[in-house]
Design a protein around this ligand. Structure first.
Ligand code: HEM
Length: 511
């Protein structure tokens, strides 16, 4: 995820860092920041932050050594890591007025242009409006309407799993992008629009890789954004700006065309454009521009996050066969010979616990999406300066809050008896005013995928491989790739259930 690259040398040469650093640090020395790893007198903790290969391991180490709230510094910018649920609730919820902005991030927000996306905006009337519009289609009650689409999507996924039992990772990605495209824009992938897959993944990975502190020197030294356009990070920002405009704009334009010619009327975009609650001039350019960014933001956020979570599920099942067997026993007992449906959820307690354990076991947004403090603050005697970048270490919370004693063990039973100060689904999606607006969709979409796959397939490690699945570094979203497992239909009844349902869906298309 770190893309500092060759720019670092240019930047370091250009900036009068020693002078700057000494001014900044002497000002700070008078106030007691939270403890943290030793700072280099010029670079501060820059090198700690850019070591992202093992940033997670470093964060674990810092928590062990320095405690629940840890600070780092780099060119006068303080980075605060909140390692406990208590500190996240105290600051991000109880003091939300001070901690609901996003960091300035000049690279992605200004140079790449993501300031137009409500996920990157400061907490403002505009970002509140974006969230409100997204909520119209993605709040808990609204998400129920997507049940048939989610159930059908997983049948097509399982058809693909029958075809590609070992090379199914691309299938997961493709099906998830297809789902997001159809729910948000009403677009179906066919022979003419495959570019959506590559453009979306390129865009998601580029954004995710440029968000955490340390990704770009210009985020610590904002005046560098005025460097000439030939400097490599400026050239890269320009390239990413074109990519982002294409990835956010093309599906929206496509949706608008389909709505205009009457072929699309059930997506997020069509629902909002027809909604009485949205008091906008539908034909006005600025309203359309706003909708492009809102729909694109939801689309990009949905495109990778649920796939990453489903990957964690495959990895866990291949590694913990006893858990898999117990889940399949519950499915067979409750469902008999039929595919799961969304309304089976209350009858499947072990599967519900398994979903929570998937989300706990390997956090896909391990350090949260960064926030910024709006004013100087003091927390438990520790000084948190205005402008500090705040990271909610949801990985640590998952491991300590619910994973006590055996955080690496995949054990759904820890959720059967309750336990923990709050359910895992209440903190992996963030906190307070910036909490994830896609959480209800994410939850049901991952749930129907894991129960359907477990009902019909065994997930088995690749015998010959002997390799561990690898962690993919894509920055703020942490994914696992090369899963080193295969899927095998449990029996012919399961194979038949998938084929029968797929045939039924196909017939329904022509009714
Ligand atoms: C398992 C899947 C997902 C996880 C773990 C996840 C997690 C998160 C987290 C931790 C945040 C930061 C919240 C904060 O600042 O406190 C966030 C923000 C966000 N998420 Fe998700 N998310 C997931 C799926 C989705 C989906 C499916 C969508 C869209 C349909 C979505 C849309 C967003 C948006 C737009 C934001 C920015 C909100 C804002 O800044 O106000 N997410 N998500």
């Amino acid at each position: 995820m770190i893309t500092v690259g060759s720019d670092i040398f240019l930047m370091l040469g250009l900036a009068s860092l020693p002078v700057l650093a000494s001014i900044v640090y002497s000002r700070r020395r008078t106030k007691q920041l939270p403890p943290g790893p030793p700072r280099n007198w010029i670079l501060g903790n820059l090198l700690d932050l850019v070591k992202t290969d093992d940033l997670i391991a470093s964060v674990d180490k810092w928590q062990d050594t320095y405690g629940d709230v840890v600070s780092l510094e780099c060119f006068g910018v303080t980075v605060i890591i909140l390692n406990t649920l208590e500190s996240c609730i105290d600051l991000l919820e109880r003091r939300a007025a001070n901690y609901s902005h996003r960091p300035k991030m000049p690279f992605v927000r200004e140079l790449v242009g993501l300031d137009k996306s409500f996920g990157f905006m400061d907490f403002s009337q505009e970002s509140i409006r974006g969230r409100r519009i997204a909520n119209l289609a993605f709040k808990a009650s609204a998400v129920r309407q997507y049940s048939p689409a989610l159930e059908n999507n997983v049948v097509i996924l399982m058809q693909d799993l029958l075809k590609f039992p070992e090379g199914f990772e691309n299938v997961l990605e493709r099906r998830n992008i297809q789902l997001a495209l159809s729910l948000i824009f009403g677009i179906t992938l066919d022979g003419t629009n495959q570019q959506y897959i590559t453009t979306t993944m390129k865009c998601v990975n580029s954004i995710a890789g440029n968000v955490l502190p340390g990704s770009r020197i210009v985020d610590f030294l904002p005046f560098l954004k005025y460097l000439p356009s030939w400097v490599s990070f400026k050239r890269e920002a320009k390239r990413l700006n074109a990519l982002v405009n294409d990835a956010f704009g093309s599906p929206f334009e496509d949706a608008k065309r389909r709505i205009a010619d009457g072929t699309e009327h059930s997506s997020f975009v069509s629902l909002i454009l027809a909604s009485e609650e949205v008091q906008g001039d539908i034909d006005a350019e600025d309203f359309q521009e706003m909708m492009k960014w809102i729909s694109g933001t939801m689309f990009m956020a949905a495109a990778e996050s649920t796939t990453s979570t489903v990957r964690v599920f495959f990895k866990a099942m291949a590694r913990f066969p006893a858990v898999q067997a117990r889940a399949q026993e519950e499915l067979d007992r409750v469902l008999g010979d039929r595919l799961p449906a969304m309304n089976d959820r209350p009858s499947l307690p072990y599967l519900n616990a398994l979903l929570q354990e998937v989300i706990r076991w390997e956090s896909i947004v391990p350090s949260g999406f960064p926030r910024r403090s709006n004013a100087d603050d003091v927390y438990k005697g520790m000084f948190i300066p205005k402008g500090a970048v705040i990271l909610a270490n949801s990985r640590s919370i998952s491991r300590h809050e619910h994973g006590k004693g055996s955080p690496d063990e995949f054990d759904p039973t820890r959720f059967l008896e309750g336990g923990g100060a709050r359910p895992v689904l209440d903190y992996v999606f963030g906190f307070g005013k910036r909490e994830c607006p896609g959480r209800f969709l994410a939850e049901v979409s991952v749930w129907i995928t894991i129960v359907s796959v477990l009902k019909c397939f065994d997930i088995i490690p690749l015998e010959e491989s002997g390799k561990e699945p690898t962690a993919r570094r894509s920055g703020v979203i942490h994914g696992t790739t090369s899963l080193q497992c295969k899927v095998v239909p449990r029996n012919n009844v399961c194979r038949g259930m998938i084929q029968a349902k797929a045939a039924e869906m196909e017939a329904a298309q022509f009714d």
